[in-house]
Structure formats: C-alpha cells, structure tokens
Design a protein around this ligand. Structure first.
Ligand code: DGL
Length: 268
C-alpha cells in the first residue's frame, strides 16, 4: 500500500496548482492526476451531476490505478461529493475546502474575509459552513465568479477581458474591505496577477494548494502510508485527461512545469 501512488483529480487544469504543491512537498511519492477536461467546467453543473463525475473518476483512480490516498483537487467536486467519497472508499480522501479555510482564518488581521469560487461551490454553502465552524470572529463575503475557469482553460490569465470581468465580480469584496481573499477554486491561482491588481496589494490572496499538500503529508504520516523520503529516486507523475491530449500537454506543462511531459487519454 505504501508504494501506491497518490491520486488526484479536477475538472481540468486547476488541480495542477495542488499537484505542484504535492510534488514539491513530497517529491518521493508517485502521483496520478486526472483532469476531466472533456467535461469541464463543473461549476455551472448541478451538484448531483458533479458528484456522479467525482465518483466515476474516484473509481478509476482507486479501483483501477490503486491509489493509496485520493485528493479531490477541485472545490466544486469537494462541495458536491467529499463526504460520499469518504463513505464509499477505504482510502483516505482529502478535499480542498477545509485546508483553504484554515489558511484564510490564519491570514486575516481585520476579520473581514472573502472567498471566491464557482457557482456550484458558492451556492452549496460549503465555505459559509466551513468558515463558521472554524471561527466565530470572521465576517465572510462569498462570491461566485462564473467565467474565470473558462479563461484559465483557454490559457488566458491576464488579458483585458479577464481584468474587466474580475473588476465587476470582485467589487463586493472590495467594498466590504476584506483583507484576505481565499481562492476557492483551484483554477484561480493562475489568475493571481489579475486578482492582485484588482484587489490591491494590501489584500492577501490565499490559495488552498499548499495547505492541502500539508494535509496530504499529515494523512500519509498518521496512517503509516508515506513512502520513506529516501525511496523516491524513481518517483513518477502520471497525467490523464478525458479531453484533448495535445492541449493538456501543452498548457499543462506551462502551468505545472516539466514533470508534465506526457498525458494519457481516457475515454469512459
Ligand atoms: N477547479 C474547480 C474548482 O476548484 C472546478 C472549476 C470548474 O470546472 O468549474 O472548483
């Protein structure tokens, strides 16, 4: 079991922010990443449909690829299916919502915070509940940002159009004078420059990627599932897409780095 890979999935490229953090923190662990680019975006879909996709992908990773731990590197899928995935599978399942909220509450000084995410994530109330459970002292502005994911999937991160959209969507967070803004969609760190410009430099942008990687390390250690650090000379990273392989390799390599040399195509 200790030699199995860590499994991870997202609707597309967004979870690569989490993959990067896990590869950096745990370079001796094998990783299998599945980007469901054939069916992105998840954000506008009903949560029960996203849950169905999440279960199908988790089945592929756990039952066919033998992953020892599953990371739901997608906020929308975490909001839709984290609990039911934990009920169904024997392997530990790590989501991105709680780790992000922990980092957000640590980052704020004024107690006025924001979270941005897809329509599905924000509409689910998952962040509102998680923040209330973490602290009584914070005031949260939760904003859906339809359109951001599509820009990232096209490889467009700081165009005039992204800027204009961000100005409109983030206006309520600026008005509320938040001092920390959680990027509650794993695609959004790729828009950080634009989001920073719009929010101003005194607002801290919080991504759940690093905190999620720490959670993965903790879970592996607690369960005795971690590969010893010296063992990883031959650690591998495998990338799977349900969409266009060439585009996944091209944009994925730009976003993640050289580890994404090749991707496999999966059709259901
Ligand atoms: N990256 C995903 C998230 O964190 C999903 C984005 C989408 O497909 O709409 O929510």
């Amino acid at each position: 079991m200790r030699d199995g890979p860590i499994g991870m999935f997202d609707s597309g490229f967004g979870g690569l922010t989490v993959a990067r953090a896990v590869i950096d923190l745990l370079p001796h662990e094998d990783l299998v990443y599945l980007g469901d680019t054939g069916r992105y975006p998840y954000g506008p879909r009903p949560l029960d449909e996203v849950s169905r996709f999440a279960h199908q992908i988790a089945g592929e990773l756990v039952e066919r690829r033998g992953v020892k731990l599953l990371v739901v590197a997608c906020n929308t899928a975490s909001a839709a299916a984290l609990e039911s995935l934990r009920d169904r599978f024997d392997v530990p399942v790590v989501g991105v919502i709680e780790p992000g909220v922990t980092a957000l509450v640590q980052a704020t000084v004024t107690g006025r915070v924001g979270v941005i995410g897809t329509v599905g994530t924000i509409g689910s109330g998952a962040y509102q509940r998680a923040v209330a459970a973490e602290s009584d002292d914070v005031e949260l502005v939760a904003l859906a940002c339809p359109g951001f994911v599509e820009f990232v999937e096209r490889g467009e991160f700081d165009s005039e159009q992204v800027h204009v959209l961000a100005q409109r969507l983030l206006a309520p967070a600026k008005e509320a004078k938040v001092d920390a803004l959680l990027l509650g969609c794993t695609h959004y760190p790729y828009l950080a420059r634009t989001l920073n410009d719009v929010m101003g430099r005194d607002v801290v942008l919080v991504s759940s990627a690093d905190e999620t990687a720490f959670e993965v390390r903790r879970a592996l250690a607690d369960l005795g599932l971690g590969r010893p650090a010296g063992d990883g000379g031959d650690a591998t990273a495998t990338f799977i897409t349900t969409g266009d392989v060439n585009w996944f390799e091209e944009l994925g390599r730009r976003l993640l780095g050289p580890e994404l040399a090749r991707a496999e195509r999966l059709s259901w």
